[in-house]
Write a protein that binds this ligand. Structure first.
Ligand SMILES: Cc1cc2nc3c(=O)[nH]c(=O)nc-3n(C[C@H](O)[C@H](O)[C@H](O)COP(=O)(O)OP(=O)(O)OC[C@H]3O[C@@H](n4cnc5c(N)ncnc54)[C@H](O)[C@@H]3O)c2cc1C
Ligand code: FES
Length: 307
């Protein structure tokens, strides 16, 4: 924690607020510390989160979407769902609000040095994966191959679309995007692929031909992982997305040979204090706010079955 009293928020100004998705439910905020000393004290790593607070409304835990290698601001991507997040969406650039953190543990960026990294994200939960990807690219020589597989329901729901286009052009990483629009939950039926998005062979995704330079596919994330077939040797897989995506992605990674201790997931639980005091977020004897939100699949296997 960066402040003396861990319950007191640090004042920040909204420097930039942009609508991220076509449904206008997701916005990205760049927050600037009002006091430069607060900025120096706020040391974080990809995977951590903070409590964002609005006077008179309350606070919400939100993953940090910026990388510590991006200086001068903190980035958060927030879906409008309830009291605090609706109030946040209504704030204009220049407004003052609070940040409490950084909180929780982080992705194993140190441990992954010298290894291949496969990032697998779904929906707007891609936020802390953006942080990780920018961090890895800023320390590019420390890592071997970097593959990023990211999916959303349709192209308009993908976050950071300008950056996705930039990452697709880079030759020191490989990006694959997936969408499931026009397919629906039942599979492809007779639908043609969405324009500009190559179909994945859904009968057997491993038979899909991935031509160099083509990175947009119609498939759910687990099928896209099957089509990409990332090598498990000397590799870590970092997974963040809705629970259903995680549930179906882990068996695919396991089948590919990824070890349970090298499949790393980020969990979202209801929280209050964020610092292990209130007991609102526990799974068995673990507090997601303090012991997580990042857990390996091996750790999850030892938690109560519902997780
Ligand atoms: C570690 C962590 C990281 C998160 N990162 C992000 C992020 O980067 N971007 C983002 O938009 N959201 C993120 N969330 C979820 C976010 O905290 C909740 O959406 C937010 O607290 C809702 O607050 P509210 O006051 O607007 O809604 P409320 O009025 O409290 O609730 C509105 C609705 O949202 C549901 N809800 C509330 N909290 C959660 C939760 N934690 N998970 C699932 N559903 C919830 C409620 O059940 C209710 O249906 C994260 C949560 C955690 C624990
Ligand atoms: S949110 Fe209070 S103990 Fe985790």
């Amino acid at each position: 924690m960066s402040e003396k009293n861990p319950y007191v928020p640090i004042p920040v100004t909204i420097d930039k607020a942009i609508i991220e998705t076509e449904d206008r439910l997701i916005k990205t905020f760049d927050l600037v510390f009002r006091d430069k000393e607060d900025e120096k004290r706020f040391k974080y790593m990809p995977g951590q989160f903070a409590e964002l607070s609005i006077l008179g409304k309350g606070e919400s835990p939100i993953g940090i979407a910026s990388s510590p290698t991006e200086k001068g601001f903190l980035k958060f991507t927030v879906m409008k769902v309830g009291l605090v997040t609706i109030a946040l969406h209504e704030l204009e650039e220049g407004s003052i609000m609070g940040v409490r953190g950084p909180m929780g543990n982080w992705y194993p960026a140190e441990e992954m040095k010298g290894q291949n990294v496969v990032i697998v994200g779904g929906g707007f939960a891609f936020t802390t994966l953006r942080s990780l990807l920018i961090y890895l690219l800023s320390h590019r020589k420390d890592y071997k191959d970097i593959i990023c597989i990211y999916g959303a329901r349709n192209p308009g729901l993908l976050c950071y679309r300008d950056e996705l286009d930039e990452w697709a052009k880079r030759d020191d990483m490989t990006l694959y995007l997936g969408i499931d629009w026009k397919f629906g939950p039942e599979g492809p039926i007779e639908e043609p692929a969405a324009e500009g998005w190559e179909p994945v062979n859904l009968k057997d995704p491993t038979q899909t031909k991935l031509e160099k330079g083509k990175y947009k596919f119609t498939a759910f994330v687990p099928q896209l992982v099957q089509a990409v077939k990332p090598a498990a040797k000397d590799a870590y897989a970092i997974v963040c997305g809705p629970p259903i995506m995680i549930k179906f992605t882990i068996p695919v990674l396991t089948e590919l040979g990824f070890l349970p201790e090298r499949i790393v997931n980020s969990l979202e639980m209801r929280m209050k204090c964020g610092i292990g005091k209130c007991g609102r977020c526990n799974i068995g004897n673990k507090y997601v706010c303090k012991d997580g939100p990042v857990f390996t699949y091996k750790e999850l296997q030892n938690l109560p079955k519902e997780y």
